[in-house]
Design a protein around this ligand. Structure first.
Ligand code: UP5
Ligand code: MG
Length: 219
């Protein structure tokens, strides 16, 4: 009798473990800051040193724009060039899919840096609708940088990036969108004590030293 019970429990054990590991909630850090503040650069360095997966909403949108047969390609292209924020239904699906695929491949990879999202109220609402209860937002890593420095960096990068929005005209629009739509989101998280701010106008290494201090403390 006891033998049968033990053997039944043993048989069930792998599936219980599997179920439990599936229940590991994604831990998310939102990475925000102006265009060219260094979000992507710093995320790459974090991935080298910590167990995080970097998901850039902008990169995911650019990949979707380039995907053959995408019904959203045109829309994404024009929004990016105009520095406008793509409707959240598109972005959240790309993010959710990328998170799921990452965790399906390796269940230990449940820590995510979500770079460049949420950028406005619509983004935040979309996140809450789809991800509320399914992922924990630990904090917002905010790369604070003057508009002048941001523009200078993007124009410099524009010489070789091939990005359709690394030109003065698009950049002015991107900065306006950032100030009008994204800053209020950062301020909202600030009110909840969830913003970790880094002075991003310094060298890559100096900025990263602050990032490390924050991540070492936050765990
Ligand atoms: N650089 C970086 N750090 C430096 C430093 N400390 N000192 C000197 N130089 C530094 O860096 C930019 C450039 O600066 C690089 O050349 C780098 O070497 C240098 P990067 O790390 O790329 O900065 P980042 O903040 O990532 O700049 P990025 O241009 O990617 O920021 P954006 O937020 O503008 O772009 P993103 O790709 O996130 O979005 C693009 C567009 O997609 C948006 O405008 C919007 O239209 C759309 N979008 C949405 O609609 N919804 C979303 O959720 C996300 C994007
Ligand atoms: Mg980027």
């Amino acid at each position: 009798m006891i033998g049968r019970l033990v053997s039944n429990v043993a048989k069930r054990l792998p599936s219980v473990l599997y179920r439990e590991s599936m229940m590991t909630k994604p831990q998310v850090v939102f990475v925000l800051g102006g265009p060219g503040a260094g979000k992507g650069t710093q995320c790459a360095k974090i991935v080298e040193n910590y167990n995080y997966t970097h998901l850039s909403a902008g990169d995911l949108l650019r990949a979707e724009r380039a995907r053959e047969g995408s019904e959203f390609g045109q829309l994404i292209a024009s929004f990016i060039k105009e520095g406008k924020i793509v409707p959240v239904e598109i972005t959240i699906n790309l993010l959710r899919k990328a998170m799921e695929e990452t965790m399906q491949k390796d269940e230990q990879k449940y820590r995510f840096l979500i770079d460049g999202f949420p950028r406005n109220e619509d983004n935040l609402q979309g996140w809450n609708n789809v991800m509320d209860g399914k992922a924990d937002v630990k904090f917002v890593l905010f790369f604070d940088c003057s508009n002048e420095v941001c523009i200078k960096r993007c124009l410099e990068r524009g010489k070789s990036s091939g990005r359709t929005d690394d030109n003065r005209e698009s950049l002015e629009k991107r900065i306006q969108t950032y100030l009008q739509s994204t800053r209020p989101i950062i301020e909202l998280y600030e009110k909840h004590g969830k913003v970790r701010c880094v002075d991003a106008s310094r060298s890559v290494e100096e900025v990263f030293a602050d990032v490390q201090r924050i991540l070492d403390k936050e765990g």
